[in-house]
Design a protein around this ligand. Structure first.
Ligand code: 3HC
Length: 310
């Protein structure tokens, strides 16, 4: 056993990848299943907020772009459930845990999309935050997860660009359209900062995840990176980020920003966000409505196996 642990530790220390057949500590396996499953749940639930605007997109072009993006999120979820299965997780069990509230998904998807500008702001801010958080995960120590991230990040950058381009178009529009964009920015800015998780001194998982090189940066480091990236983009767009304390700090070489309401994050994580009940109810209904497909596929597989066995 000592040699197995030694090999695991040396692999991590050398920045090499842990693969499915490698020995790994139970805690590493459990942490990877936890993070990958919740990431997958986030992608699947994340289809709902923007999905509500597919039928109301203002043009065929916008409808086609939004359709492609929402389909991408579904694909990301399936990709990540497959990565979780390489660790021995059971996909059906993970879905049950999500539906029964026994596993988390990202807080950000518990906010409503009140107007079409929300579609652009989600692309710009939420997918922009996802890129900040997920690009380092391309170097995560668990092989299947890191490799899944490479393709997912490429698609996320399309998501972020289409959102920003949508907002640039609206900001060249009428005063009402510009006001819609600013209203959406006001509502999505702080929840986007919360996506990165609690502050480092209140993050029970970060130290161990950093030691195992699952995470390559802490929650606060990535949050700061996102703020520094987004401020100039907001200036080009011509919107105001809703934080009077946001300013460049030359000593730090970063933007200072105001205090985040951590009680809001805890409320939303614990199920008391604006849309938690609706999101889970819709996921439960979709799962139940799809039961006949799973049963038919299983029956077909049994028949195929019986034929092959003859
Ligand atoms: N929403 C919901 N739960 C959150 C959260 C958030 N924004 N931030 C933290 N949490 C939870 C954690 O899951 C953990 O609970 P758990 O132990 O029961 O899992 C607890 O709060 C403490 O947080 P930690 O910082 O200690 O936990 P982590 O080290 O796991 O860090 C994380 C949280 C930064 C989200 C990390 O898990 C991570 O990087 N995950 C991978 C990326 C991901 O899941 N992103 C979610 C958005 S998906 C997305 O953006 C899709 C795109 O298409 C828009």
């Amino acid at each position: 056993m000592a040699d197995l642990e030694g090999h695991f530790d040396r692999t991590i220390a050398r920045d090499q990848r842990i693969e499915p057949r490698d020995w790994m500590p139970d805690g590493y396996r459990a942490t990877m299943v936890r993070q990958i499953a919740q990431h997958a749940h986030s992608e699947i639930i994340g289809m709902q907020p923007e999905g509500e605007w597919i039928t109301r997109a203002p043009s065929l072009r916008r409808k086609a772009i939004l359709l492609a993006k929402v389909q991408d999120e579904a694909g990301h979820g399936l990709y990540l459930y497959s990565a979780a299965e390489t660790l021995g997780a059971d996909r059906a069990e993970l879905t049950d845990k999500l539906i029964e509230g026994r596993q988390k998904y990202s807080s950000i998807f518990n906010y409503p999309t009140l107007g079409y500008a929300d579609v652009g702001v989600i692309g710009w801010l939420v997918d922009g935050a996802a890129i900040c958080n997920q690009v380092p995960l391309c170097r995560s120590s668990y092989g299947p997860y890191a490799r899944a991230m490479i393709r997912i990040c490429k698609e996320e950058s399309f998501h972020q660009r289409q959102g920003y381009e949508l907002l640039l178009t609206m900001m060249k529009g009428t005063a009402d359209q510009r006001a819609m964009v600013q209203d959406a920015v006001d509502r999505w800015w702080w929840p986007s900062l919360m996506m990165f998780g609690p502050p480092d001194d209140a993050s029970p998982n970060t130290a161990r995840s950093m030691a195992w090189k699952i995470k390559r940066h802490t929650n606060d480091e990535l949050r700061q990176r996102f703020v520094d990236m987004t401020v100039p983009q907001a200036a080009v767009l011509g919107v105001t980020l809703p934080d009077p304390e946001l300013r460049w700090n030359p000593e730090r070489g970063h933007h200072d920003f105001g205090a985040i309401d951590w009680s809001e994050l805890q409320r939303v994580i614990s199920g008391d966000g604006p849309c938690n009940a609706e999101r889970l109810a819709r996921r439960r209904a979709a799962h139940e409505d799809g039961a006949w497909v799973r049963e038919a596929a299983a029956a077909h597989a049994r028949k195929a196996a019986a034929r092959a066995a003859r």
